[in-house]
Design a protein around this ligand. Structure first.
Ligand code: ATP
Length: 235
């Protein structure tokens, strides 16, 4: 764990109407770390990211970012504080070009990446800069969805299943991008069901079941505990 903690989530509870989805999520992400939330469908991983981003209306508990409790704040405020969310459905606008999509999120925090830097990190996106969103493959759309939030100046990136439905070669490329982002000092909270992918990237894993963390493994714990991890993810 890094000395400097970026995000601390404590006893986070969340509801959709009357239905409770988060039953006391507690975990932390150090500055510059890659941390995963692992778990089966419906465990509460996406809901946790939405709660951090201020998108879950009914919630209780603490979400401390760089020392400030942002649990009661609106999404706009949270974005301005430097948190960005890349949802599973990616949200690429089909009628816009790649570059127009890149310019959609406003630059709201300081230190956002310049367009040339983004294109250097995503050469395949640079090549397609004038293509329509509809012409992109699933992998290119995922790359664009990540590229797009780098312009905003966010330093904590919430990535929801970036490898979902993608071919192994593209999954590797996304892994390489996340590694480069870590080298540049970004902090990443990654939701994943693809443990092979997550295990190569993350400093720490939190296993989520029924809306709470039921186990924590560091990168060093993984090799000796593969059966245990597989049992958590088996349907
Ligand atoms: P997945 O990979 O399937 O998204 P997850 O771990 O991210 O899984 P969540 O999507 O956070 O799980 O779902 C947690 C619980 O909340 C589930 O029981 C789910 O059915 C419920 N849920 C999710 N979205 C809604 C919604 N919009 N309205 C009502 N219930 C919801």
């Amino acid at each position: 764990m890094n000395a400097q903690v970026s995000l601390t989530v404590s006893d986070l509870q969340g509801w959709y109407g009357e239905s409770k989805a988060l039953h006391g999520m507690t975990f932390e992400v150090g500055a510059g770390e890659v941390v995963t939330l692992l778990g089966r469908n419906g465990a509460g991983k996406t809901t946790t990211l939405r709660a951090i981003m201020g998108l879950l209306r009914k919630k209780k508990g603490e979400i401390r970012f760089d020392g400030e409790d942002v649990a009661g704040r609106m999404p706009e405020y949270i974005a301005r504080r430097g948190i960005a969310y890349c949802p599973e459905e990616r949200g690429i606008f089909a009628s816009l070009t790649v570059e127009e999509n890149l310019f959609l999120p406003p630059v709201i925090a300081q230190g956002g990446m310049a367009l040339e830097d983004i294109y250097a990190l995503f050469p395949n996106i640079a090549e397609r800069r004038n293509s329509q969103g509809t012409k992109l493959s699933g992998g290119e759309q995922q790359m664009l969805a990540i590229a797009r939030i780098l312009r905003t100046g966010a330093n904590l990136l919430l990535l929801d299943e970036p490898t979902e439905g993608l071919a192994p070669v593209i999954v590797q490329q996304i892994g390489a991008v996340i590694r480069k982002l870590k080298e540049r000092g970004f902090t990443v909270l990654l939701v994943e069901q693809n443990f092979r992918f997550a295990s190569k990237l993350a400093d720490r894993h939190y296993v989520v079941e029924h809306g709470r963390v039921i186990d924590t493994l560091t990168a060093a714990d993984v090799a000796g505990n593969l059966d245990r991890i597989q049992s958590y993810l088996k349907v």
